[in-house]
Design a protein around this ligand. Structure first.
Ligand code: DGY
Length: 327
């Protein structure tokens, strides 16, 4: 407890309005020093005496942190929670929450943005034009890949995968998906999506877009063998988590022209980006901003703050990932 009498909550990074006000009503908020490394030992020290931690995806929240005496909840400001060891949290009876739903549209929009930008070489064209290289129309200048009517392979048909499929309808795309959990026949019909195995998806797709969480099963699910199966004209899009793709293998495949390009928002060792990707003009790179719209980030902040406030007041937060901790 703080001197103000409210329970203490560690805020790892600033969040957007109305998040801070929601938190401040329920707790005494202690900001993590931006000068400290995002390292478990330091986070553990900062969390001493706190009942909650508001974390973000770059914060490692594992055993050392989760075993802090008195810790009751970790509220992650993200839908992904691979930065948190949920099993260890459950073992220590610490609740873990995330922010599902509010970022589906912005993330689906951005996956499509990367797809279009890579297919039609938008970033390269912008750079070319700014450099004063546009000296007149030419029939063979900046030739790209058609999107309208092409085949899109979606790996992972959760909320964001479905959002991408929905957008693809407007581009008259043939949509294939791979997911261990099939959609209902009605949902498949409504989205115009056909379930196939991964090999068929890779062989037949002009664009492959990845929408799976990072788990031990999905880590490096796309590597040399999978790139070998893809069309040489294919473009790979990733807005999920970097380690789902074996980045070194991707660079080798692009170098060997086994793929035509890639649009990436996430990386294996963020914030580091493989130098091989940086030098490739056929790769569009973004700094993990798929959910970065003002509305979405503010809703994520509010949701994470509400999860925390509810737990701090003794309630069951709405987006609880380990319900066994709080009956
Ligand atoms: C998430 O929420 O997991 C995204 O990667 C960031 O919005």
């Amino acid at each position: 407890m703080s001197t103000a009498g409210k329970p203490r909550v560690l805020l790892m990074h600033p969040i957007l309005d109305p998040g801070p006000a929601i938190l401040a009503e329920a707790a005494d908020v202690i900001p993590y020093s931006p000068d400290l490394p995002l390292d478990e030992a330091y986070i553990r020290q900062a969390a001493e005496g706190c009942v909650g931690i508001v974390s973000q995806l770059m914060d490692p929240i594992r055993e050392a942190v989760l075993s802090t005496p008195g810790l009751k909840i970790v509220s992650n400001v993200a839908v992904g929670f691979d930065n948190i060891d949920v099993a260890a949290a459950t073992g220590h009876k610490v609740m873990v929450t995330n922010t599902p739903g509010v970022l589906d549209d912005s993330t689906s929009d951005f996956a499509f943005t990367l797809l279009m930008a890579t297919a039609r070489r938008v970033v390269e064209a912008d750079y070319f034009t700014r450099q004063g290289k546009f000296r007149g129309w030419a029939i063979d200048m900046m030739l790209g890949t058609d999107v309208y009517g092409a085949t899109l392979g979606i790996i992972g048909i959760g909320r964001i995968g479905r959002g991408v499929a929905h957008r693809a309808k407007g581009f008259n795309m043939r949509v294939l998906y791979y997911d261990p959990n099939p959609l209902t026949p009605e949902a498949e019909q409504q989205l115009g999506a056909t379930r196939v195995d991964l090999a068929r998806l890779l062989v037949e797709s002009d664009f492959v877009s990845v929408h799976v969480p990072l788990t031990p099963e999905t880590q490096h699910m796309l590597s040399t063998q999978q790139f070998d199966q893809m069309k040489r004209s294919a473009i790979l899009i990733n807005t999920s988590r970097g380690p789902v793709i074996d980045e070194a293998a991707l660079v080798a495949a692009l170098d060997a022209k086994k793929l035509a390009g890639a649009g990436l928002d996430v990386y294996e060792r963020e914030p580091a980006v493989h130098p091989g990707l940086i030098r490739m003009p056929n790769v569009v790179l973004a700094p993990h901003i798929a959910s970065a719209t003002t509305r979405t980030r503010s809703e994520m902040s509010a949701m994470a703050a509400r999860n925390m406030a509810t737990a701090v007041r003794g309630g069951r937060p709405p987006n609880l990932l380990n319900p066994e901790v709080k009956k």
